[in-house]
Design a binder for this molecule. Structure first.
Ligand SMILES: *Cc1c(COP(=O)(O)O)cnc(C)c1O
Length: 474
């Protein structure tokens, strides 16, 4: 008889239903786990067999090991008491969209390899332009267009490459020559831009880190001075990154002023709003995005704050022809009629890698489940909770607030020493009841609380604040 080791559709149906139940149970009980995993390095691995199994095992055995071996090594990002780093939230519709994407298992590298994968993505990306008040020329139906990338880091890399090619009249792709190019970020810009500079071989000594003001926003006059100085010295400025919501403190760079400088000197202007960009669903926070019309590219992460599980970064360009010309490659084995006629989008030309998942499904499910109204409500609530926490901190005798939070990140510290704050943070995190992280700004240690997990409510923030004050007293 022919052998068959595959899971049958019947087994899949049965195990799949149990797994959905398992996930639903997990969400109901997530607050019972210590938020930060308490295992030591190597603890998980040493419990795993040294060799892969020779004989296949039943699915039950795997799930039993998930419970026993894997769960202790999980840090519970989806706990409403998770306030560390940045929010990285998900939701039911997103998880189901991800499952469906895996179920269909399509490769969306070309329009022809699954037309729905491309067309749904273009449509959802265009929807977001209207929903979030983004510049209309970002739409695929206009000069620009949007694409879902895996991460904001790779979106920045795509922007850097397109910027280089625009500046060198597409000669750098041909010759590799880029020796006089310089790029500009602020001291607070996310490290992914510096990594992109490394990856593309520009050399980090040609990345200028512009100083920031007292709110940690880039100083436009310092940018212009540096641009002029570099040009005088024979360098060629090609790329500036502005940020809406820096990772460290949620600072907002003055996009309009930076954008105008970029136009004046013909430099590509990329805006990174990976962490805070979702705030634009609420019209009342759009003033922070003033000047985005001047951007050549823009990225924000639904996988941080829009209830869409990792990975899902939305990347827009003002002129898609430049991006496509930069990254387009057409080997014989990918040639097809639809591409040749130029009637379709082939998203493999919009990022570094070839293969791509059907990520638009989960974003589509999320937007349709919540509606624009639901997203506005929950994002608005997160920001309201952050402001409320900030008001409690301001009225406390022992703690100080860094600044009024523009979005949902609250930076604060106990008025005692850095050492005290560090110890306080470690004790809070070891308690398992909440998880928060820190940053250092101007040499001072600050605690950070990012309020944006899907289930985080007033009671969680209030309890966290109570716990922080209690532990500080001890
Ligand atoms: C988190 C973050 C990034 C990196 O995001 P990835 O999608 O993980 O690459 C970039 N920029 C900012 C401002 C961020 O907060």
């Amino acid at each position: 008889m022919e052998k068959n080791y595959h899971m049958t559709p019947g087994q899949f149906r049965e195990e799949g239903k149990k797994l959905i139940d398992w996930i639903a149970d997990y969400y109901e009980q997530v607050e019972n786990y210590p938020v930060l995993s308490t295992v030591q390095p190597g603890d998980i691995r040493k419990q795993l067999p040294p060799q892969a199994p020779e004989k296949g095992e039943p699915f039950d055995a795997m799930m039993s090991d998930v419970n026993k071996l894997i769960m202790p090594g999980i840090t519970h990002w989806q706990s409403p008491n998770f306030f560390a780093y940045f929010q990285s939230n998900t939701s039911g519709p997103s998880i189901l969209g991800e499952l469906l994407s895996a179920g269909l298992g399509v490769q969306g590298m070309l329009w022809a390899t699954s037309p729905a994968c491309t067309e749904l993505e273009s449509q959802v990306m265009d929807w977001l332009v209207d929903m979030m008040g983004l510049p209309a020329h970002f739409k695929t139906t206009a000069s620009g267009g949007g694409v879902i990338q895996d991460t904001a880091s790779n979106a920045a890399l795509a922007a850097l490459l397109a910027a280089r090619e625009r500046k060198t009249n597409f000669s750098s792709n041909l010759t590799g020559e880029s020796s006089r190019l310089v790029a500009y970020v602020s001291t607070q810009t996310h490290s992914s831009v510096e990594k992109g500079i490394k990856v593309m071989g520009i050399g980090t000594n040609r990345l200028r880190k512009i100083e920031v003001d007292e709110h940690f926003a880039m100083r436009p006059e310092a940018l212009e001075n540096q641009l002029k100085k570099d040009m005088k010295n024979g360098f060629i400025p090609f790329f500036v990154c502005g940020t809406v919501g820096t990772t460290s403190s949620n600072a907002v760079d003055p996009l309009r002023e930076i954008g105008e400088i970029c136009k004046k000197y013909d430099v590509w202007f990329h805006v990174d709003a990976a962490m805070s960009g979702t705030a634009a669903v609420c019209p009342e926070f759009r003033s922070h995005f003033d000047g985005l019309q001047l951007a050549d590219s823009y990225a924000f992460n639904p996988h941080k704050w829009m209830f869409t599980n990792f990975d899902c970064d939305c990347f827009y360009v003002a002129d898609k022809a430049i991006l496509i010309k930069t990254l387009s490659i057409l080997p014989e084995y990918l040639k097809n009629e639809a591409t040749e006629k130029g009637a379709v989008i082939d998203y493999r030309d919009w990022h570094v890698q070839l293969g791509r998942r059907f990520r638009a499904l989960k974003l589509w499910f999320v937007i349709r489940h919540y509606g624009a109204e639901g997203l506005r409500y929950h994002i608005g609530e997160h920001i309201r909770l952050a402001r409320e926490l900030a008001s409690w901190i301001k009225t406390s005798a022992d703690f100080e607030l860094l600044n009024e939070p523009p979005f949902n990140l609250v930076c604060f510290r106990h008025k005692a020493s850095d050492e005290f704050n560090k110890k306080l943070m470690d004790r809070l995190n070891k308690s398992g009841r909440i998880y928060l992280t820190h940053t250092v700004l101007n040499g001072t240690f600050w605690l950070r609380m990012s309020i944006g997990q899907t289930q985080t409510k007033q009671e969680h923030v209030a309890r966290a604040w109570e716990l922080i004050r209690e532990m500080a007293k001890q």
